[in-house]
Design a protein around this ligand. Structure first.
Ligand SMILES: Nc1nc2c(ncn2[C@@H]2O[C@H](COP(=O)(O)OP(=O)(O)OP(=O)(O)O)[C@@H](O)[C@H]2O)c(=O)[nH]1
Ligand SMILES: [Mg+2]
Length: 283
């Protein structure tokens, strides 16, 4: 048997979670067009023949301004320790820049024990000249390998996956053969609710939202949506409850049939700025 850990790091919004989902083959980590979607370290598991890879999806590294930001940055920083491969993902369309170099310089990666792969993502929207120029720019990192991919179209994903499976050392599997990750069913529903809210809200609201399942008595599932201000409550509920209804319907459609999903919006004033609240929410 062979196995290994692969950490996926990079700036926010470059497509780390999309890439993990594409390789694992199922949605283990939520995705949105808003930066700082991922807030926790999430394991996604992929199996091929005798080999199992545990992907470590991480929050995007950014300049933190809140207690939540500091917390998720620390999570990302610590995630590339004791892994076989660290993948640094950047956005090929917006280019390889200072922020990406900052990530490479500041995430502790033991280059003797850990291989560094650089992945240019979103190659479905970047023209070939651009992809080559940006990959060439990224060679300042002296990585072990470089890959152009598109998590969206899956172009290049199989090549990356094959390279990862190809270098796994012998070792025990860390998860059962049919596991896809370490996200519990409660966490998964809470994250799905947050994903829908990220899709449907804008401005500062997405960052103010946290979700958690507070009751699971199948088929009754209750999920709390936590916002930071009274004024945000109405925005999440929507006119006549329309937004919340849409969220509930989309999430229920992705759950085991028969679920009764109750969504409740509560205010926890400025939770994002309070370390103790951030911790209590499990970030
Ligand atoms: N065109 C294109 N868009 C992509 C691709 N991969 C991801 N995206 C989009 O990029 C946005 C960010 O994707 P995520 O997977 O959430 O990015 P992330 O790096 O995990 O972001 P954080 O969790 O915030 O750090 C979403 O709108 C995705 O649909 C891709 O290959 N091509
Ligand atoms: Mg993510």
């Amino acid at each position: 048997m062979r196995s290994g850990f692969v950490a996926v790091v990079g700036r926010p919004n470059v497509g780390k979670s999309s890439l993990v989902n594409a390789i694992v083959g199922t949605k283990v980590s939520i995705v949105s067009d808003k930066p700082q979607t991922t807030r926790r370290r999430i394991h996604g598991v992929a199996v091929r023949d005798d080999a199992q890879i545990v992907f470590v999806d991480t929050p995007g590294l950014h300049k933190p301004v809140t207690a939540l930001g500091k917390r998720v940055n620390a999570t990302a920083m610590a995630s590339a320790v004791d892994v076989d491969v660290a993948i640094l993902v950047f956005d090929a369309e917006s280019g390889f820049g200072r922020g990406d170099e900052w990530v490479a310089a500041n995430v502790p990666i033991d280059r003797k024990a850990t291989k560094l792969f650089v992945v240019a993502n979103k190659c479905d929207v970047a023209v070939p000249q651009r992809i080559l120029a940006e990959l060439s720019r990224s060679t300042v990192l002296s990585a072990d390998e470089y890959f152009p991919v598109s998590a969206r179209s899956r172009k290049g994903v199989d090549e990356l996956s094959a390279a990862l499976f190809g270098i796994l050392p012998e070792g025990p599997w860390y998860y059962p053969a049919d596991a896809t990750g370490d996200v519990s069913q409660e966490e998964w529903v809470a994250e799905m609710v947050r994903e829908e809210l990220l899709r449907l809200t804008r401005d500062e609201l997405p960052y103010s939202i946290a979700t958690r399942v507070t009751e699971w008595e199948w088929p009754r599932v209750r999920c709390e949506i936590i916002v930071e201000r009274e004024s945000q409550k109405g925005m999440v509920i929507g006119r006549g409850g329309s937004l919340l209804k849409e969220v509930g319907e989309s999430v229920r459609a992705q759950m085991t049939p028969g679920a009764y999903l109750e969504l409740r919006v509560i205010v926890d004033k400025n939770w994002q700025r309070k370390p103790s609240r951030v911790e209590r929410l499990g970030y």
